[in-house]
Design a protein around this ligand. Sequence first.
Ligand SMILES: Nc1ncnc2c1ncn2[C@@H]1O[C@H](COP(=O)(O)OP(=O)(O)O)[C@@H](O)[C@H]1O
Ligand SMILES: [Mg+2]
Length: 336
Amino acid sequence: MTAYHTDDIIAVDDLVVVYPDGTRAVDGISFRVRAGEFFGFLGPNGAGKSTTIKTLTTLLRMTSGYASVAGAMVDRDPDEVRRSIGVVSQDTVVDVDLTGRENLLLFGRLQHVSSEVLEERVDQLLRVVELEDVAGKPAGRYSGGMRKRLDLASALVHEPSLLFLDEPTTGLDPQSRAALWEYLETINREKGVTIFLTTQYMEEADRLCKRIAIIDHGRLIGEGTPGELKSALGGETIELSFESSGNPELVARAAKVLGTIAGLSQLSTATSSLSASAANAERLLPSVITTLAKEDIHPSALSVSTPTLDDVFLRLTGRRIRSDELDRRTTEPFLQ
Ligand SMILES: Nc1ncnc2c1ncn2[C@@H]1O[C@H](COP(=O)(O)OP(=O)(O)O)[C@@H](O)[C@H]1O
Ligand SMILES: [Mg+2]
């Protein structure tokens, strides 16, 4: 067992979760989350994210291993764990017959929030998630985004120090997604709420999470800050294109010339293009251009790109996390 720090609000060692049908959904994972961190679990569908969250939030029993959450052992002291955490699960949990306000009051009573503070806190949360105007309407008439925000408010009504969110923005329109991101960042920064979030959107993990673990087939395959994970790929990529007809000899000659430039590595060539990695590609561009020009080589286009977390996933697994409409829509809001 790895030594654990007293600031670890989540400590997991060799956690295994096997479903009754034999599916080994979580296959020996270990990680730590420090108090106050914004921590992300990034992985494709079926990777084991929900199983991990359900186990840590006491909804599912672990098969073996060790997990402590907010100072309590998950399998020995589930009540203690539940008192310290808020959970937003993948399915909405709101009661569709109750109004938004009634839902929050109900959750508050279930969480033993004293009646003196409950009403005021519910009003404040309704304001924060921007449901004030519809607070008196049955939740069954809310849109998906509004229900998700109500879910979030109900997970916060007992002011937990640790919030678990299982793919909170899946199915949300870009505007609701952006609003939720902003709110999560605010409670993390200003109230010090530790956040454990799962997602299959690399962009979401990159934007929100200070530290990420990448999960695939029930195992952790990478861990670090988004920057660390991306720079492990060898930094940025410079791509040179030549006339589209293709000229392998010219490309080969260019590759040979570029091979002499210190700081460029991992050259790869295609018939009419060439790419190379560099820690700081932009700084190398002038010497790339002048060195090639001296040999009378003139590329028709030149670009620098920074790796994404999806490139990290691709390198680690040979697959893409997902090819999703929503990712494209969020990054390019004006393209259909
Ligand atoms: N109740 C269950 N019984 C059997 N297998 C399950 C059950 N729930 C999930 N699984 C399987 O466990 C694996 C992990 O699922 P899950 O934790 O839901 O992944 P994720 O949340 O990352 O999409 C998948 O192969 C899934 O099909
Ligand atoms: Mg899931």
